[in-house]
Design a protein around this ligand. Structure first.
Ligand code: FES
Length: 143
């Protein structure tokens, strides 16, 4: 293994840049409602960027950028916890609005612990996500 490939393997995953997407602004169908069981996280392909969706205990559908803003784990492998999703790596819990609301081993949550959330809508057995090119990612630098 070369030094270069070793370095590449340590890089964190990158979200696709939604502003580069060819999707038009508006609501986009992503899943049938019956594909999203309560308390299950699903990775969504074919969207403007990589996202994870889940159905909370309240029955609502939530969507966030896929990769955890802490150290890049896939929230698609996360565990739904009440109405949030808990990262599989260090167990930070993210609520549906993109705020980290629990870190099991910390007394304080960093102010910058925010990720991008996506508006969802469920109607007639289908789930939609709102996409708009100007939707900004929270100002985030490493925590
Ligand atoms: S990578 Fe998600 S909590 Fe650390």
């Amino acid at each position: 293994m070369s030094d270069q490939s070793t370095l590449e393997s340590l890089e964190l995953p990158e979200q696709k840049d939604p502003s580069m997407s060819e999707l038009s602004d508006g609501w986009h169908y992503i899943l049938d409602s019956n594909e999203l069981e309560k308390s299950k996280a699903v990775e969504v392909p074919n969207f403007a960027t990589q996202i994870v969706v889940w159905r909370g205990l309240d029955g609502q559908v939530y969507a966030l950028d896929m990769y955890c803003k802490h150290m890049g784990a896939s929230l698609g492998c996360g565990k739904v916890d009440e109405n949030g999703i808990r990262c599989p790596f260090h167990a930070w819990r993210w609520d549906g609005s993109g705020n980290c609301d629990d870190i099991p081993y910390a007394k304080r949550i960093p102010d910058k612990a925010k990720t991008r959330s996506w508006n969802t809508h469920e109607k007639d057995g289908k789930i939609y996500i709102w996409f708009h090119r100007t939707q900004q990612e929270p100002n985030f630098e490493s925590i």
